[in-house]
Design a binder for this molecule. Structure first.
Ligand code: HEC
Length: 140
C-alpha cells in the first residue's frame, strides 16, 4: 500500500464515522411525529437483525463481514481490529467490557483509540445488548 493510502485511509474512515454520527444525532432530534411514522426503529424493538445491520454500517469496515478483523479498512490499521472468532479473547472479556469498549472506544478500556467510540449507543441499551450477542455469535 502506498504512503498516501496509509495516511489518508484512516482519516477518511474517521471523517465518515463523524458524518455518520452527525446524521444520527440529527435524526434523533427529529420531531416525534416522524419518529411515530417509523415504529420499527424504536429502541424497544431492537432485534438481532437490527444489530447485524448496525454492525454492517459501523463496524464491518474494520472488523470484517465475518468478524475476522479483515474489513477493507483493516490493512492500514495498527493494531489490527480484534478478530471476534478468537475464542481465547472471547473467554477473556465480559459482556460489560464489550459494552464499554463499544460505547467508549478502545481508549475507554486501555486499548488503542483506533477502535472508535459509539456514544450514540449510550442511550440505546437494547441495541448495545444485541451487538454484544452478535459479537458473541462469532465464537466457535
Ligand atoms: C476504524 C476501525 C474500527 C471500527 C469502525 C470499529 N472498530 Fe472495533 N476495534 C478496532 C481496532 C483497531 C481494535 C483493536 C484495539 C486494540 O487491540 O488495542 C478494535 C477492538 C474492538 C473490540 C475488542 C476490544 C478489546 O478489549 O479487546 C471490540 C469488542 C470491538 N472493537 C467492537 C467494535 C464494534 C461493535 C464496532 C462497531 C460499532 C467497532 N468495533 C468498530 C477498530 C475498529
Amino acid at each position: 500500500m502506498t504512503q498516501f493510502a496509509r495516511i489518508t485511509l484512516p482519516l477518511l474512515l474517521a471523517a465518515g464515522l463523524t458524518l455518520a454520527c452527525n446524521d444520527k444525532s440529527k435524526s434523533a432530534s427529529a420531531s416525534s411525529s416522524s419518529a411515530a411514522a417509523q415504529p420499527a426503529t424504536g429502541a424497544a424493538t431492537v432485534t438481532a437483525a437490527d444489530a447485524k445491520k448496525y454492525f454492517t454500517q459501523k463496524c464491518e469496515v474494520c472488523h470484517g463481514t465475518t468478524g475476522k478483523g479483515d474489513g477493507v479498512g483493516a490493512a492500514s490499521l495498527e493494531p489490527k481490529p480484534r478478530a471476534f472468532g478468537d475464542d481465547a479473547w472471547q473467554a477473556s472479556v465480559t459482556d460489560e467490557h464489550i459494552e464499554k469498549v463499544i460505547v467508549g472506544g478502545g481508549a475507554a478500556v486501555g486499548k488503542s483509540p483506533v477502535m472508535p467510540p459509539a456514544p450514540d449507543l449510550k442511550k440505546n441499551e437494547a441495541m448495545l445488548k444485541e451487538l454484544v450477542k452478535y459479537i458473541r455469535s462469532f465464537k466457535h
